[in-house]
Write a protein that binds this ligand. Structure first.
Ligand SMILES: NC(=O)c1ccc[n+]([C@@H]2O[C@H](COP(=O)([O-])OP(=O)(O)OC[C@H]3O[C@@H](n4cnc5c(N)ncnc54)[C@H](O)[C@@H]3O)[C@@H](O)[C@H]2O)c1
Length: 360
C-alpha cells in the first residue's frame, strides 16, 4: 500500500471520529495521540500522570485532547468516562509494561494489566452503539521456547516473568469477553468488534523508560557516558514505534468494514532480517550518533528475561496489507535523530516524523 494512500485511508476512517485512548501519557500512547490528532480524530485519553522523568507527553500539552488522569483500576470512573464520551474506537494501551519492574511489583502488574483490561472491556460493553476495541498486548504473550522459529497468532500463550504472564492473561480476558459478550454471532445485537494486537519491542524518540535500551543509550550518549548493556546476545524484534501504531489504526479500519472477520489477534513485528541482537542495535546507535562506547553490565542475568523471540507477521501482511516501512537501521536512525533534537523542537520534529512516515 502506498503511504499517501495510507494517510488518506486513515484520515477517511478517523477524521471526526471519537477515539478513547488509554495510556495516552506513555511513550506509545503519546505517539498515537499525536498521530490521531494529525488524522483529525477527537481523542479522549485516560492514564496516570506522566512521570517527571518521562517528559514526552508534556511536549503536546497544547493539543486539543481531553485528558483524564486516573487509574485504570478505578472501574467506576473509567466506566463514566467511556460512557460520557461514547467512543467509536477504544485503543487500550495503559499498562505496567516493564519486565524488570514486574519482578518488583508482580501483584500490581497483574492488577493493572489484567483487571485493568477487564475494566475497559466491561465499560465498553455498556455502550449501546457500534464500537471497535483494540487491546494492545505484546510479543511476550507467547510461551517462549527460545527457538529460532517465528511465533504465530495461534501459538500457545505463556509467560515466565510477571509482565509476560500478565499480558498472556490479558489475552485470555480478551478471548473470554469476545466469547461471552462480544461474540461475533451476536454482532448485530452488541455491535462491538474486539481484537488484540501483539507488537514486539518498539523504539523511537520520546521513550524515557528505565531499562530500555534506546532510552538508556540516548541518555548515555547525551551525557558522554558508556552505554551499559544487560543482555548483549538477546535477539529481539526491533521496530519504530510508528509501525505498530499505524498497524493498530489499520486494524481499526478493517474492524469497521468487517467486524466479524477482524475480531482476532494480530502480530505486528519487523521483517525477519530486522531481528537484531542488543549488541548489534547498540553498535548501530553509536554509528548513527557518531561516537560512543558500550559496556556489558555485570548484573545482566540477575532476572530472567527472554533472549530469543521472533514474530511471524504474515497474517497482518495478508489480511491487513500491513508491513513495516522502516528497516531496523532506519528505525535506529530515526530514534537517535529525535533524541539529538533540541527539546523546544521535539514536538514539531515528532509531527515531521509522523508526516514523513505516512508519506514515505
Ligand atoms: N514499548 C514497547 O516496546 C512495547 C512493546 C510491546 C508492547 N507494549 C505495550 O504497549 C503499551 C504501551 O507501552 P509504553 O511503552 O507506551 O509504556 P509506558 O510506560 O510509556 O506507558 C504506559 C501508559 O500506561 C499508563 N498506566 C500505567 N499504569 C496505569 C494505571 N494503573 N492506570 C491508568 N493508566 C496507567 C501510564 O500512565 C502510561 O500512560 C503497553 O500495553 C505495553 O505493554 C510496549
Amino acid at each position: 500500500m502506498e503511504k499517501l494512500v495510507m494517510l488518506e485511508l486513515l484520515r477517511s476512517y478517523y477524521a471526526g471520529k471519537k477515539v478513547f485512548l488509554t495510556g495516552h501519557t506513555g511513550f506509545k500512547g503519546t505517539w498515537m495521540m499525536a498521530l490521531l490528532h494529525q488524522l483529525g480524530a477527537e481523542v479522549k485519553g485516560y492514564a496516570l500522570a506522566p512521570e517527571d522523568s518521562a517528559p514526552f507527553h508534556n511536549l503536546f500539552s497544547g493539543l486539543n485532547v481531553q485528558s483524564v488522569i486516573a487509574d485504570i483500576r478505578n472501574r467506576k470512573q473509567l466506566t463514566e468516562e467511556i460512557a460520557s464520551f461514547q467512543p467509536d474506537y477504544v485503543f487500550h494501551l495503559a499498562a505496567q509494561p516493564l519486565v524488570l519492574l514486574s519482578y518488583e511489583i508482580p501483584s500490581e502488574t497483574f492488577e493493572v494489566n489484567v483487571v485493568g483490561t477487564a475494566n475497559v472491556l466491561e465499560a465498553a460493553r455498556q455502550l449501546e452503539k457500534r464500537c471497535n476495541i483494540i487491546v494492545i498486548t505484546t510479543d511476550k504473550v507467547y510461551d517462549n521456547k527460545e527457538h529460532h522459529g517465528l511465533y504465530k497468532e495461534e501459538d500457545r500463550l505463556g509467560g515466565y516473568d510477571p509482565y509476560s504472564a500478565s499480558k498472556a492473561c490479558t489475552e485470555l480476558v480478551v478471548d473470554s469477553f469476545r466469547n461471552s459478550f462480544f461474540n461475533v454471532k451476536d454482532i448485530l445485537i452488541h455491535r462491538k468488534a474486539l481484537a488484540s494486537a501483539r507488537a514486539g519491542n518498539v523504539i523511537g524518540g520520546g521513550d524515557f523508560s528505565r531499562n530500555r535500551i534506546i532510552p538508556d543509550a540516548a541518555k548515555a550518549l547525551l551525557q558522554g557516558k558508556e552505554i551499559l548493556v544487560r543482555n548483549p546476545g538477546s535477539v529481539r524484534p526491533w521496530q519504530h514505534v510508528l509501525e505498530p501504531v499505524c498497524g493498530y489504526l489499520l486494524l481499526g479500519t478493517k474492524m469497521t468494514d468487517d467486524p466479524v472477520s477482524f475480531s482476532q489477534a494480530f502480530n505486528f513485528g519487523p521483517q525477519p532480517e530486522d531481528h537484531l541482537t542488543v549488541k548489534e542495535l547498540v553498535e548501530l546507535a553509536i554509528k548513527t550518533w557518531g561516537s560512543g562506547k558500550m559496556e556489558v553490565s555485570s548484573n545482566g542475568a540477575a532476572m530472567h528475561e527472554a533472549n530469543l523471540l521472533k514474530l511471524d507477521i504474515s497474517k497482518a501482511a495478508e489480511q491487513l496489507s500491513w508491513k513495516p516501512q522502516l528497516s531496523a537501521p532506519q528505525a535506529i536512525e530515526w530514534s537517535m535523530d529525535w533524541y539529538k533534537t533540541p527539546v523546544e523542537q521535539q514536538a514539531e520534529f515528532t509531527f515531521t516524523q509522523i508526516d514523513n512516515y505516512l508519506r514515505k
